[in-house]
Design a protein around this ligand. Structure first.
Ligand SMILES: Nc1nc2c(ncn2[C@@H]2O[C@H](COP(=O)(O)OP(=O)(O)OP(=O)(O)O)[C@@H](O)[C@H]2O)c(=O)[nH]1
Ligand SMILES: [Mg+2]
Length: 422
């Protein structure tokens, strides 16, 4: 199975909790607070690796979790930061938020990285909460808990040149003689079932060629392998359109040429406008006279100028490489996708959800509560008073009242319940 689109789940590490402890030693019975901070959770980072050309490695593993931060300890010891998780993806991977389907990154440069989710912040130890009036705070902050998110990875191969043509036209054979790639070659249609990439060295330069499965008439309606793989040549600068001039399969080279161009147009106007070098393949299969006649006929009917090659007899291959390079020099590299700036790694610290669950009971939840409750130990009287003060100051009580809260009603927040009195 060839994978070029996959949905995965990612989660950054949770922050470690702070520590509430007090200094104790033989000489000091009641020392001050000495609880260290929790460590930061690890980030989820995507990295464009030149060593992968498919998303195959995501076939079975679909969940990726970065390391959690360690908890703070006594004697001011801070917890260790969680390990970042670096996820290698092939060059040309576009990352979408699975929920909104918005693009969040397009990794087009070798070793380019993208921090998709940052780890939760560590909680502060009780040393941070000591004041002149509160010298022995028994509470600390818990670490920030991160949320699982889903992203879609889609590979849109990055190549300079795309090889297109009818099945069996000799695309893979050409790739194998000009590049380091060793694709499967056979004398039947649809030998190539997924894209192959090859690096072509040309003097001190190099360029990448993508060989995709052959197209046939009706590909846009799903005939053959359909249009599916054309996305892998969407970003090329130049197309090499290979046409089998030997016509040994009983089709017409001229018809094949027009058929492929029609299918390109049906796929996308942009791709149909990409500059093409028209190459007539398998020239060794014809006599010199046959070849001259057929080339002339082809060029007149299609109004093109062609390059005639034989991959098997190594005829005109160097000339073709030169022509490809000369064209590439003239065409600018495509720009990465235009990404609308949008914050995927949202840390919800403000949402507030107030529900009336019975005539005298209310439930409060949301990012605001999660964030605020990190800093309070509800079993500690001082800490709980602070929590209530914040609920009042931040307008939560007001909002509860708008929903009908009155004296004596019960309010549930996370795992505590209190009776409300003005
Ligand atoms: N005589 C001759 N045969 C060739 C030449 N190039 C390729 N072939 C043969 O044509 C057949 C098809 O070649 P492939 O390279 O697999 O063709 P393809 O275009 O990649 O085909 P699909 O992957 O099916 O789309 C094989 O039997 C090759 O040996 C050539 O220059 N001369
Ligand atoms: Mg092939």
């Amino acid at each position: 199975m060839y994978l070029d689109r996959v949905k995965i789940t990612i989660k950054a590490g949770d922050g470690g909790s702070g520590c509430a402890s007090f200094h104790r030693s033989k000489m000091t019975m009641n020392g001050g607070p000495d609880g260290g901070d929790g460590g930061k959770g690890g980030d989820i980072i995507f990295k464009a690796s030149p060593h992968f050309s498919t998303l195959q490695s995501f076939q079975f593993k679909k969940k990726f979790v970065a390391g959690n931060g360690g908890n703070g300890m006594k004697k001011f010891k801070c917890g260790a930061d969680g390990q970042d998780l670096i996820i290698d993806v092939p060059l040309g991977t576009v990352i979408y938020d699975a929920e909104s389907e918005k693009v969040i990154a397009d990794l087009t440069e070798e070793n380019q990285t993208f921090v998709a989710l940052s780890g939760g912040v560590g909680g502060k130890g009780n040393t941070h909460f000591a004041t002149s009036t509160r010298q022995a705070p028994k509470f600390c902050q818990t670490g920030e808990i991160t949320k699982e998110r889903q992203v879609i990875l889609e590979l849109k191969t990055i190549a300079d040149v795309g090889l297109i043509g009818y099945p069996n036209a000799g695309k893979s054979t050409l790739l194998s003689v000009i590049s380091n790639a060793r694709p499967k070659i056979a004398n039947y249609q649809f030998t190539t079932l997924y894209p192959n990439l090859g690096v072509v060295n040309y003097y001190e330069h190099s360029f990448v060629v993508a060989d995709i499965p052959g197209l046939i008439e009706g590909a846009s309606e799903g005939a053959g392998l359909g249009h599916y793989f054309l996305k892998h040549v969407e970003r090329v600068r130049l197309l090499v359109h290979l046409v089998d001039i030997s016509e040994r399969e009983g089709r017409s080279a001229v018809d094949d040429y027009f058929t492929i161009n029609r299918e390109l147009e049906k796929y996308s106007d942009k791709l149909a406008k990409v500059k093409q070098i028209v190459v007539l393949s398998k020239c060794d299969s014809l006599t010199k006279e046959e070849l001259i006649k057929k080339v002339k006929e082809f060029e007149i009917k299609t109004k093109t100028k062609t390059i005639q090659i034989s991959s098997v007899a190594n005829y005109n291959i160097d000339y073709l490489k030169t022509q490809i390079w000369e064209q590439l020099k003239l065409i600018e590299k495509p720009k990465p996708l235009d990404i609308e700036l949008y914050d995927f790694d949202i840390k919800d610290k403000t949402s507030l959800d107030i529900k009336k669950i019975s005539s005298n009971e209310f439930e409060v939840s949301g990012g605001y509560i999660e964030n605020l409750s990190r800093g309070v130990v509800l079993s500690d009287y001082v800490s709980f008073s602070y929590f209530q003060k914040r609920l009042k100051e931040d307008g939560v009580i007001e909002k509860l009242k708008e929903k009908g809260l009155k004296n004596g009603d019960l309010v549930h927040i996370k795992d505590i319940t209190f009776e409300y009195f003005d």
